[in-house]
Design a binder for this molecule. Sequence first.
Ligand code: PMP
Length: 361
Amino acid sequence: MSRVWNFSAGPAALPQAVLERAQREMLDWNGSGASVMEQSHRGKRFIEMAAQAEADLRALLAIPADYAVLFLQGGATQHFAQIPMNLAGAGDSADYIVSGHWSAKAVSEAATYVRVNVAASGEADHYLKLPARESWQLDPQAAYVHYTPNETIHGVEFHNIPDVDAVPLVADMSSNILSEPLDVSRFGLIYAGAQKNIGPSGLVLMIIRRDLLQRAGRPMAKIFRYAEHAANDSMLNTPNTWGWYLAGLTFQWLQEQGGIAVIGERNRAKAELLYQAIDGSGGYYRSPVEPSARSRMNVPFTLHDAALDTAFLKESEAAGLLALKGHKAVGGMRASLYNAVSLEAVKVLTAFMQDFAQRHG
Ligand code: PMP
């Protein structure tokens, strides 16, 4: 068996131990004689597993009791639209901070359901830096403030939680959830597609302050209403049982690693190593992002001569380094360093980069 060094932006690398355990349990899960995918979510085994996954997540992030945890579907994209449906009434407005591709997408999807106020945007800076907090034009009457703490494509990350006074802060943490300790109490709502730091795609994790479940929002079918999902333990309809199970295994793996503080340190070391390799290359490689806004999870970089891109991608793939091609919106390369990517993988990458630079000097 040969596993690659996987730097995919998502769906992304999962911990090998999690995959191996899922493989062991595939045919006979938990003594049931069937896989987890082949049995009812109403059964005792599944309900216990689901509750354990939630309890483990609550322990990992020290989630306060006044927050509900939901295991939903639809991808983060569906919730770009569903969040305003639930949190904003007719005529309400919401503040959006636009810091890259995904927060811009959140705005365009939300606009059908809420009056969007773009309170700040990094577009004029090509999303290479974050709009300074002092420049944000926040509305104290806004239904909520939405932002994207880590932009997966542009590789910019907020390293502090912005203070938005009493207005609930909503965060799309698809690409940085569980990557470092988090003060959940600063947020009204946190959501994340699972396919980077949690498990397979098709699952969305949501952490929502319970008082926000009381908001009337707008008229909508039950299936869209977060309060209904909460009241039914995320089993209003058939959940993504496989995704939920794998998420649970990932939470256990995170605990075995020593918890989120340990993971956070490891992620910091991984990112530092890669940025040092880029910055220390004498201009051979370049990070376009302003240093204070550099993401720990997604590291875009360019080669000094774009004519070398094809050779870089071909040779890196031959060396077992997968998915380094940058997103077409920004070009160049991108290495994603989610939790399941080891420090060793980053060492292999930086060694390859140095070797490539010498050979193609
Ligand atoms: N938000 C962010 C920050 C993302 O990185 C992505 C996907 N890469 C999305 C939203 C969209 O997620 P999905 O495809 O699960 O809808």
